[in-house]
Design a protein around this ligand. Sequence first.
Ligand SMILES: [Zn+2]
Length: 228
Amino acid sequence: MIFHWSYLLLIPGMLLMFWAQSQVKGAYRKYSRVPSSLGLTGAQVAERILSTMGISSVSVELIEGELTDHYDPSASAVRLSRGIYNSTSLAAAAVAAHECGHVLQDRKGYTFMNVRASLVPAANLGSQLGPALVIIGIVLSSLGSLSALFVNIGIFLFAAVILFHIVTLPVEFDASARALKLIDQLDILQGDEKKGAKAVLQAAAWTYVATAVYAVLQLAQLILMSRR
Ligand SMILES: [Zn+2]
C-alpha cells in the first residue's frame, strides 16, 4: 500500500459515515420501543399495503439479521428482519412501508430504480478493481503510457461506483416518501406516531448520503494520488 497525503481526504467521509450509522441506530433503537396504537406488526403493515395496492404476487418473508430489510425484485419478495417482521413499533411500520415503496417503484417502472439495477455489475467491478488498477498504475510508473492507461481505466471504473451511489439517492428518498404517504393514506399510524416513522426514514436516508459522499472523496483521492 502506498501512503499519500490524499488519504487524509477520506477522514471526513469516514466521520460522516460513522455519524450517519449512529443516527440510524439511535432512531431505530428509540422508535422500535414505541408501539403503534393500531398494533399491526411490520409483516402486517407490508401485507396491508400490498393488498390495498392490488399486489398479490409479492410475498412478505422473514430474514435473519438486524436492519437487513430489503425488497428482492427477482424473487418478488419483501424480506423483513425479525425486529421489524414481528414488531408493532413505529420503526417496524416505517421500514415495512419503505420496502413496499420499492415494490411500487418496481411496479411503476420507476426510472432511477431501473438505472440503478443496470449499474450494479459496473459498480461491483469498479469497487473491486478501480482502486487496485490505480495503485498498479502508480507502482508501474516506469512503464510510461501503459501506467497511465492502468490509472485511467481504474478511475473510469471507480466513477461507475459513484454513479451507482448517486442514483441510489433518489431511489431511497422516493421509497421513503411513498412509505410516509401510504402510512398516512391507510391510517397505519396516527398523529405524532407519523413523526416517529419519518425520523427513522430520515436517519436511514443520511446513511445513503454519507456513502455517496465517501465514494466521491475516494474518487478525488485516487485522482490526486495518481497526479503526484
Ligand atoms: Zn430502500
